[in-house]
Ligand binder design. Structure first.
Ligand SMILES: [Zn+2]
Length: 476
């Protein structure tokens, strides 16, 4: 596997630290507003990376945080807490706001067929871990305290700015006059590890006791604390949007490496922006779209996923409703093709792939292992599907195999046109197999066969059902 690493600005050969297990951390949502198209693209691309790693034989340990406290409206500690502000505007409690938008986020990623991480961790449930980490930084002399907060002293950390290649001195202090700045803060790049419940935060709803008084954590510290807790001091891959490079990820590196003396992340994976009609998304332009807007226009969420698959994660993508409609049309054609192949397929046992089919498989592996060239993978899939020299069952088998990476849910199509009664029997059989009642499972299989269908067992107790005979062909 070869991946572009933001840290070195090069495509490098990727190998996990320990054998075949990849430790993978992705920055999750701040749950104060709706998950929109820009977020959706980032999470789909992170999902493509995870699926590719799995496809290539790695085992991925995936952790994602949910930010439910401490993320201010300005990433540079200016403004107010996004969730407190969201709650006030909506006339709801901070807990209601966090729960509502967490659910919206989960619903969105589920509809996009994004695999859920093994660990979802909320900032508010890891306050002690953050306090412990700040205590270590304090002991090592990387912090200073003001009346309002505890800061990380970026001038004290030699590697500050290495991710974005920025020079500390180039960052100008007091960028905007209207925003509040702590007068005792020494350098503009210094960032809060802990905010005290005083001054502008005197009425902050969420607060905890700490060695520095009552207050709440800054935004960045949560990712370091949770990443270390679940994945260890040095992780293989950390993912996020490019907008996180200059502040959030730079700060994560500084505080983590200052605390442990170890490299924090080996590979930084950053997704590029999504534009809408060649403009940045913004409330004032009214071009911030969610999964609900997509469905309102009778587009399938998976068609949008298909659309995301057609631009490489390191290029800026321009979204328009016309391009979404075209993607929907392409996705519909792909689904039809797969359904037709399934109809034609009368192979009962999975025979060895032919030399030609194997070539397609190898080419697919080569393409996706080359810094995730998914758009090329899609082109290859279409070429393969149109290749008349390849028998239908091989085409079907290959596209379902590729779809382990694409995640377009093509396997579900093989259940279309199959009577519900047969699907119900198959589910019953699956449950019987799960509790190792093979006698019952065999009886159900026979019943399914008398109804004219065959059931094939796949890995992870999944199955595939197909018609016993070619369409139009007589059974006897
Ligand atoms: Zn983060």
């Amino acid at each position: 596997m070869f991946l572009f690493n933001t840290l070195t600005r090069k495509i490098e050969k990727f190998q996990p630290l320990q054998n075949s297990v990849v430790t993978f951390y992705t920055c999750g949502p701040t749950v104060y507003d709706y998950t929109h198209l820009g977020h959706m693209r980032t999470y789909v691309n992170n999902d493509l990376l995870r699926r590719t790693l799995t496809y290539l034989g790695f085992q991925v340990k995936h952790v994602m945080n949910i930010t439910d406290v401490g993320h201010l409206t300005g990433d540079d500690d200016t403004g107010e807490d996004k969730i407190e502000k969201g709650a006030r505007k909506a006339g709801k409690t901070v807990w209601e706001i966090a729960e509502f938008y967490t659910n919206f986020f989960l619903k969105t990623i589920t509809e996009l067929n994004i695999l859920l991480p093994q660990v979802f961790c909320r900032a508010t449930q890891h306050i002690q871990e953050m306090i412990d980490l700040i205590k270590i930084l304090e002991k090592k002399g990387f912090t200073y305290e003001t009346k309002e907060a505890v800061y990380f002293d970026t001038c004290n950390f030699a590697g500050y700015g290495k991710l974005g290649g920025q020079n500390l001195k180039e960052k100008l202090p007091g960028a905007r006059e209207e925003v509040y700045v702590d007068k005792e803060k020494k350098h503009p790049t210094d960032f809060a590890l802990w905010f005290k419940r005083v001054g502008r935060f005197a009425n902050h709803t969420l607060h905890w006791d700490s060695p520095w008084g009552d207050g709440f954590p800054g935004w960045h510290i949560e990712c370091s604390a949770m990443s270390m807790k679940y994945l260890g001091q040095t992780i293989d891959i950390h993912a996020g949007g490019v907008d996180h490079i200059p502040v959030h990820h730079e700060n994560e590196i500084a505080q983590s490496e200052a605390a442990t003396g170890q490299p924090f992340v080996r590979f930084w994976f950053h997704n590029h922006f999504l534009m809408v009609n060649n403009q940045k998304m913004s409330k004032s332009l009214g071009n911030i779209y969610t999964i609900e807007d997509i469905k309102k226009r009778t587009l399938e969420p998976l068609a949008i996923r298909y659309q995301f698959l057609q631009s490489h994660y390191r290029s800026v993508m321009n979204f328009t409703w016309e391009s979404a409609k075209a993607a929907q049309e392409g996705f519909r054609r792909l689904k039809n093709l797969v359904s037709n192949l399934h109809e034609k397929n009368n192979e009962t046992s999975k025979s060895q792939l032919s030399v030609k089919a194997k070539k397609y498989e190898q080419e697919f592996k080569r393409i996706i292992a080359n810094d995730l060239q998914i758009p090329q993978g899609i082109s290859l899939a279409w070429a393969m599907l149109r290749d008349k020299n390849l028998p239908p069952h091989e085409r079907l088998s290959l596209i379902l195999d590729f779809d382990q990476v694409f995640g377009l849910g093509l396997e579900r199509l093989t259940l279309e046109n199959i009577p519900q009664s047969v699907i119900n029997l198959a589910e019953e059989r699956k449950n019987a197999r799960q509790v190792k009642d093979y006698l019952k499972a065999d009886r159900i299989r026979e019943k399914i066969e008398t109804l004219g269908y065959l059931i094939e067992d796949l890995s992870d107790n999944r199955y595939r059902i197909r018609k016993k005979f070619r369409t139009g062909q007589s059974a006897f």
